[in-house]
Design a protein around this ligand. Structure first.
Ligand code: NAG
Ligand code: NAG
Length: 188
């Protein structure tokens, strides 16, 4: 009886050891990925002003497509714009250039002005030179403050996720020209 229990215990141990080994082997394959994802995270706050100019000889945003109904819509539903907008340190367009917002925005709301934005914010200043973040989301442009998701990034902002709070600083309702303050918080 004593012998049998020793054998049983030994068997049990080897089984547990095997399972543990098998598990650690399986986890080993995942370990590198997990280590990569769980690297020490940094929270960065970036603030800049976005200059969207539709008027004049050198607009920074141009209409590239629209629907046949767009002009009849109070929200210009269906219009798509391509932008290459400067990002500066202060609302003054001549202040330090920090980067550019390049991408598309279009009117995606029929009842109220809602822009769908797909934009790359590429930075050129200081340590962030060459790094970028990607914004993808709805911009309720007529609201004084709105929030949009940051869904990724490159360079120092690899694996970035976060949010952008946008606040219109100035708008010309006739031309659509606007200066918008952005306050972006990302974890990367
Ligand atoms: C940013 O990087 C580019 C390419 O490396 C370089 O030519 C440029 O001078 C840099 N700009 C600033 C403001 O440091
Ligand atoms: C920008 O956002 C951060 C984080 O949400 C906040 O602490 C800060 O007060 C904001 N700055 C401005 C000028 O709104």
């Amino acid at each position: 009886m004593a012998k049998l229990s020793v054998v049983l215990i030994a068997l049990l141990f080897s089984l547990v050891a095997n399972i543990t080994f098998a598990q650690s082997f399986k986890e080993e394959k995942w370990a590198t990925r997990l280590k990569f994802q769980r690297k020490k995270e940094t929270v960065t706050n970036i603030q800049f002003y976005f200059h969207d100019t539709l008027s004049g000889k050198n607009p920074s945003a141009v209409r590239v497509a629209e629907a046949t109904e767009t002009e009849k819509s109070p929200t210009l539903f269906g219009v798509i714009m391509m932008a290459d907008d400067p990002l500066t340190e202060t609302p003054d367009p001549n202040s330090k250039l920090l980067g550019r917002a390049q991408g598309l925005y279009g009117s995606a709301g029929q009842q109220e002005m809602g822009l769908i934005m797909a934009m790359n914010f590429g930075f050129i200043d200081g340590i962030y030179n060459g790094s970028s973040i990607s914004l993808l989301g709805k911009n309720s442009a007529m609201h004084p403050v709105r929030e949009m998701p940051i869904v990724g990034g490159t360079g120092l902002f690899r694996l970035a996720r976060g949010y952008a709070i946008a606040q219109t600083h100035w708008i010309d309702l006739t031309t659509g020209d606007a200066i918008v303050g952005y306050n972006v918080t990302v974890v990367h």
